[in-house]
Design a protein around this ligand. Structure first.
Ligand code: IMP
Length: 204
């Protein structure tokens, strides 16, 4: 396909089904050199708390994208992310958002994580993101993984979620000590997003 034709195709807007502004910023910063136009739920006038009822990231991502696709009848994608810690048998995993309870508090989640890892030298962990794209009524999944370690204490003020305690392999900084562009060099979300962008580049 000619590059011009690809650009025209990518100009089609697509809804990112999330209420998380940090995720929107990361995605926007990743695709700014591509011509994929991301629409947020707010821009679409949608104000709902999208459920995450399942036990796998894949099912939750499908559910979130499915809810918004049904509501709008438009192309959209959603993502679900979890932090999987080796010495905690994969916890908090799919339940990362509610690890310390229904309040979805980042501070409480991190405190509980550090408490559960007290005295533990095996700090290996990974983030996994699954993106579910609903495009022309077909469903596609893309995933990205970032390996690293859980730090012994919080460091940095950027980012969100578990960023202050996660050091990706290849860095000495936590995600919260990085700019968005630095985080994107390592990030699970960026890796999944690159696959999504490749999908559009290969459409004909
Ligand atoms: P969800 O995908 O919004 O359900 O996120 C699950 C949990 O992981 C929440 O506590 C998020 O704050 C956290 N989380 C998701 N993505 C990231 C990330 O890139 N860095 C740190 N924490 C994250």
């Amino acid at each position: 396909m000619e590059r011009n034709a690809t650009i025209i195709f990518l100009m089609t807007p697509i809804i990112f089904a999330t209420n998380n502004f940090n995720k929107i910023s990361e995605v926007q910063s990743s695709i700014k050199n591509d011509s994929l136009i991301i629409k947020t739920l707010i821009e679409e006038g949608i104000d709902i708390d999208i459920p995450e009822p399942y036990f796998t990231l894949e099912e939750n991502a499908r559910e979130k994208a499915g809810v918004i696709n049904k509501l709008t009848q438009k192309n959209c994608f959603a993502e679900d992310t979890g932090l999987f810690v080796e010495s905690l048998n994969g916890a908090p995993g799919v339940k990362s958002a509610r690890y310390a309870g229904e309040g979805r508090s980042d501070d409480k989640n991190i405190s509980l994580l550090l408490q559960n890892l007290a005295g533990q030298n095996n700090r290996n962990a990974f983030f996994k993101t699954v993106i579910c794209l609903i495009w022309k009524n077909e469903t596609y999944l893309f995933e990205g993984i970032c390996e690293g370690k859980i730090n012994f204490e919080k460091k940095g003020n950027s980012g969100f979620g578990y960023d202050p305690v996660f050091i990706p392999t290849g860095s000495t900084k936590t995600f919260a000590e990085m700019t968005i562009n630095e985080k994107n060099i390592f990030s699970h979300r960026k890796k999944a997003l690159v696959k999504l962008i490749d999908f559009f580049d290969n459409q004909n």
